[in-house]
Ligand binder design. Structure first.
Ligand SMILES: *[C@@H]1O[C@H](CO)[C@@H](O)[C@H](O)[C@H]1NC(C)=O
Ligand SMILES: *[C@@H]1O[C@H](CO)[C@@H](O)[C@H](O)[C@H]1NC(C)=O
Ligand SMILES: *[C@@H]1O[C@H](CO)[C@@H](O)[C@H](O)[C@H]1NC(C)=O
Ligand SMILES: *[C@@H]1O[C@H](CO)[C@@H](O)[C@H](O)[C@H]1NC(C)=O
Ligand SMILES: *[C@@H]1O[C@H](CO)[C@@H](O)[C@H](O)[C@H]1NC(C)=O
Ligand SMILES: *[C@@H]1O[C@H](CO)[C@@H](O)[C@H](O)[C@H]1NC(C)=O
Length: 502
């Protein structure tokens, strides 16, 4: 730090002396040390309205869940915060709404056609299969679920990825390289922008593969925390205990510590966040009681737990004396469906693969799905076959230019874009086990998410214009005074800063 300042100082002295004619010079005769060039970046760096910005995702929660909870719990913490919040009552998740693309949209400000991420497990026509050493034909399933952990029965996922399960990429210089999750996303993230500007960033999510939010550089996060949800047993109690790990991490970060509770000399991260799973678990395993969204007792308990933990977190912010300097965005990366259990039809995804009646390279779906064919020129045949069988629960199928026109990218030009986008009828779940609801598709139940921007200084507002979860990304950057143009999703025009907040 000192070194370049002194060099500059020396340069200025020399210039000042050589030009000094003895006349009164502007600013006096003393050489002026230029300031602003080498100001050290500190933890209080901010030209923006806030020192820190946080995004919390209550995965699975819908906008109507929030409205309902506030109405039925007027003394709760959700009800309390909306008095000092901008509520976006028409916010939309990414489509497809599977967790990986939905998370990518939040932190990159880009949709699937730009992130190249369509589902947690998808397909790429140009990458090579795991273990192939890039020998043979390209085209591979790209699995970024818990399955690539060394040991997904361990809370730490076994401590890393089993690289023999990662897709492979042939480089321009002829080597064969692993495609880690952060290599898979094509656009940069808010964490990369933040850290690239010298700020501290942190994020917590459900599988190790969510390290993809590091962005293509691989180093966007100062600290990531990814306790493996698949290692946790299928009880609401265990899921809530897992959520509490994330709440604990958030508290430690908020207090200016590392996740483990030891002091981080740089203090509170400037951009950070976490997701929570108990609501999504309760929706999947217990569901709603009716079509108007009355939660089952277990789901109601999950909402209560969320409300109570939110209250504790607000206390954490106040105790750390950062509640005024921190913008808190609260929402969900995705919704889930169906709501009405009477509409539910659970069908084996193999029926969709069989229904295409042409060789399928890969199909993934829940309440909506995407399919790659071994021969993409058979897409029209596959579409006709799928639509001919009404027992498959399909509402529509997009192929070719229909996919491009709908905004999902071109299957002709991009190795990641599916050959078929398959819209499910409300109630359809393609699943091998029983569950009441799931996410991933393109239905309103998947996409209608809550979004609240909270700070004690904000005036209560209810914004009904449609906004996207992508806008969270540029809003996090703007809040802490970073240039939104540094985010590719913003430059691509996909992520304007959220309206009426700043
Ligand atoms: C990694 O995956 C490969 C292929 O499934 C398996 O043979 C190997 O035992 C795994 N390695 C570890 C450390 O689990
Ligand atoms: C599930 O995990 C919870 C919390 O870790 C534990 O208390 C409970 O005994 C476990 N239940 C079963 C059935 O394994
Ligand atoms: C806590 O985490 C920090 C950052 O990763 C590390 O430097 C430190 O050694 C850890 N402390 C303990 C007690 O493990
Ligand atoms: C947060 O720090 C406390 C110590 O202050 C520690 O007990 C706790 O385990 C830490 N949380 C996590 C998720 O590691
Ligand atoms: C439609 O799909 C169902 C489920 O796979 C299958 O049992 C049935 O035979 C199919 N009908 C026709 C006409 O192919
Ligand atoms: C915001 O306005 C919409 C439309 O009038 C309404 O449905 C919703 O309940 C309102 N939300 C809040 C939190 O006031």
């Amino acid at each position: 730090m000192q070194f370049p300042s002194l060099l500059l100082f020396a340069g200025v002295v020399a210039v000042a002396q050589s030009q000094d004619t003895g006349a009164e010079t502007f600013g006096g005769l003393e050489p002026v040390i230029p300031t602003g060039q080498w100001i050290p970046v500190t933890d209080s760096y901010s030209n923006g309205p806030y020192d820190a910005a946080i995004y919390l995702s209550f995965d699975g929660m819908h906008q109507f869940d929030l409205t309902r909870y506030i109405a039925t719990h007027p003394d709760g913490n959700f009800a309390k915060i909306i008095n000092n919040a901008v509520v976006y009552s028409n916010a939309r998740a990414n489509a497809p709404s599977d967790s990986l693309p939905a998370t990518a949209a939040l932190f990159s400000g880009a949709s699937s056609r730009n992130t190249g991420i369509y589902w947690e497990t998808s397909y790429d026509r140009e990458l090579y299969p795991p273990g192939s050493n890039c020998i043979g034909l390209p085209g591979t399933v790209c699995d970024y679920s818990e399955a690539i952990n060394i040991d997904n029965a361990m809370l730490d996922g076994g401590g890393g990825f089993n690289t023999s399960l990662l897709p492979l990429k042939k480089t321009a210089w002829g080597t064969c390289e692993f495609v880690y999750p952060h290599n898979f996303i094509r656009t940069n993230t808010v964490f990369e922008v933040g850290r690239g500007n010298g700020l501290v960033t942190a994020y917590a999510d459900k599988h190790l593969a969510y390290e993809f939010v590091n962005g293509p550089s691989g180093i966007g996060l100062t600290q990531g925390y990814f306790p493996e949800i698949a290692s946790v047993n299928g009880t609401l109690e265990a899921q809530e205990a897992w959520d509490d790990l994330h709440w604990s991490a958030l508290r430690n970060w908020t207090q200016g510590n590392w996740v483990n509770g030891t002091k981080n000399p740089a203090g509170q991260p400037s951009i950070y966040g976490a997701n929570f799973q108990a609501i999504t678990f309760a929706q999947q395993n217990y569901g709603y009681l009716d079509g108007v969204g009355t939660p089952s007792p277990e789901l109601a308990a999950a909402f209560d737990a969320a409300d109570s933990r939110l209250g504790t977190f607000l206390d954490d912010l106040a105790n750390a004396r950062v509640q005024h300097s921190t913008l808190v965005l609260i929402g969900s990366k995705q919704g889930q469906g169906p709501i009405d259990p009477k509409t539910l039809v659970v069908t084996d995804p193999q029926t969709v693969i069989d229904g295409a009646s042409v060789p399928v390279a890969y199909f993934v779906g829940e309440d909506g799905g995407i399919m790659w064919l071994q021969d993409p020129s058979q897409a029209a045949t596959a579409k006709a076959n799928l639509l001919a069988n009404s027992s498959l629960g399909i509402a529509y199928v997009l192929i070719g230019d229909e996919i491009t026109l709908a905004g999902y990218g071109s299957p002709f030009l991009d190795s990641r874009v599916p050959d078929l986008i398959i819209g499910a009828k409300v109630g359809t779940l393609w699943n091998v086990g029983f569950e009441f609801a799931d996410h991933g598709g393109f239905l309103p139940q998947d996409l209608d998410v809550p979004l609240i921007a909270y700070n004690p200084s904000l005036q209560k507002k209810n914004i009904t214009e449609v906004v996207s979860n992508r806008q969270v990304a540029s809003t996090l950057l703007f809040a802490v005074g970073l240039l939104v143009d540094q985010l590719e999703g913003y430059r691509l025009g996909e992520a304007p800063v959220l309206p009426e907040l700043f």
